[in-house]
Design a protein around this ligand. Structure first.
Ligand code: HAM
Length: 416
């Protein structure tokens, strides 16, 4: 029969990668809990409208990349392409803002985007995501960015660049948008890619972060948002920079950093690595002061970011696999039930290990024990069964001893 394969861009994560992902999630909990975050797990699927209203109908994510389908009642649903929208929905739906003035949520899990798979770009990928809802002050932006950099350092990520920009606010961005749009229209637009010719009309700021070389070249003298921010946005951005400077957190101003999701206002940032190929953005985020309102909540500001776990994994080694304490081998079919009891007793004594169910010769049993990497081989033959013993062999120094069944846990724990 033909084999069934995994869906393209969806991966199986076996032990090494899983261990790395667990390390990332546990490290995130350690670091983010220090900053007062709590964990929020939201559904993997939401009504499509949530993503249209938050991420924006003109974005690539909503236009081309969502896994969208109708349920049996004809309602449009989408697998989440990111975590922020769902977190905001949960915040509004559960009236969290009425109970606390600042909410800090940490989320980790799979996201889905129908992009062209390549190194560091999957259709099912995983994010570690943080949202801080409530504060409008620039120190909150600096705290989020500092926390992200602390986390990346904590897990051992090196040689990265923090890029920073301000995207203005509803007071200053419309005038800049119009100026940029007019400037773009004055170009010979045939040098722009098809996407940018469309974006020029719908979302002109996105033309600035197109990766296409001819678009980049054509727009190198485009007017810049940072030259057109209102006084409030300029002051906000200056304080963010001052706070980062005070922490010796280095950053580059990237005037072309626009981000692919439409909810951002003011601070936008990305962390980029040169060591993982074309998909170098390992984390990205920013402020979103109008987002909660756009999905039916009150006017509450916020800021957040997400890290791509697959991309972090490309930069890290999996932690070493923990060594098993024991491997139990039975030398005779009649010993299997006794072996089963012994394995259970050792595990209830907080030891880790496996039992080989098939009875084997001593030689074959030792080969299996060796292959398992366990610290101790526990051999059970008819004499162990009769005398209610276990033959325990230290795989490092080769010594072996018949140990009474009830003494086996302490014998192994004492490292004999
Ligand atoms: P984003 O920049 O779209 O932002 O994604 C954040 C990170 O997710 C990226 O920097 C990248 O590491 C990873 N990522 C994105 N797409 C893929 C993919 N197809 N394969 C592998 N990794 C990927 C957001 O999602 C925002 N929700 C972040 C945010 C939170 N902003 C405010 N709060």
């Amino acid at each position: 029969m033909a084999k069934i394969q995994a869906i393209k861009g969806f991966a199986d994560l076996f032990a090494d990668e899983s261990r790395l992902f667990t390390f990332l999630e546990q490290s995130a909990r350690t670091v983010f809990f220090r900053y007062g975050f709590t964990e929020l797990r939201t559904p993997l699927m939401e009504y499509t409208d949530l993503f249209c209203r938050s991420i924006g109908t003109e974005t690539d994510v909503v236009q081309k990349e969502m896994y969208t389908f109708n349920d049996s009642k004809g309602r449009s649903m989408s697998l989440r392409p990111e975590a922020t929208a769902g977190v905001m929905r949960a915040y509004v739906e559960n009236n969290v803002g009425a109970k606390e003035s600042v909410s800090k949520f940490f989320t980790a899990g799979p996201m889905f985007r129908h992009e062209r798979p390549q190194k560091g770009r999957m259709r099912q990928f995983h994010q570690i995501n943080c949202e801080c809802i409530g504060p409008k002050e620039p120190e909150a932006d600096a705290e989020m960015i500092s926390m992200l950099m602390y986390f990346l350092n904590y897990i051992g990520i090196k040689n990265i660049t923090l890029q920073l920009n301000s995207l203005g606010c509803p007071n200053c961005r419309p005038a800049y948008r119009e100026k940029l749009q007019n400037w773009l229209k004055s170009l010979d637009t045939s040098v722009l890619c098809e996407d940018c010719r469309r974006r020029m009309e719908t979302n002109p700021l996105r033309v600035l972060d197109c990766k296409n070389p001819s678009c980049k070249e054509a727009t190198k003298d485009a007017p810049l948002m940072l030259d057109h921010t209102c006084d409030e946005c300029a002051g906000h951005f200056q304080t963010v920079k001052n706070c980062l400077d005070s922490q010796n957190i280095h950053y580059e101003i990237n005037h072309r950093l626009v981000r692919g999701l439409d909810y951002y206002t003011r601070t936008a940032f990305e962390v980029v690595s040169d060591n993982i190929g074309a998909q170098g953005s390992i984390a990205g985020g920013g402020r979103y002061d109008g987002l909660v309102e756009s999905i039916g909540g009150s006017s509450v500001p916020g800021i957040g970011f997400a890290c791509g776990m697959e991309r972090l994994a490309l930069l890290l080694q999996a932690p070493e696999a923990p060594k098993a304490d024991f491997y139990i081998a039975v030398l005779d079919d009649a010993c299997r039930e006794y072996g089963f009891k012994a394995a259970q007793m050792l595990r209830h004594g907080e030891l880790c290990g496996t039992m080989g169910f098939e009875s084997r010769s001593i030689k074959s049993a030792m080969r299996q024990a060796d292959k398992s990497g366990a610290k101790y081989a526990v051999l059970i033959g008819s004499s162990e069964l009769e005398q209610h013993n276990l033959m325990i062999k230290n795989m490092e120094n080769g010594t072996q001893e018949a140990v009474p069944f009830d003494r086996a846990v302490s014998f192994i724990k004492e490292g004999k």
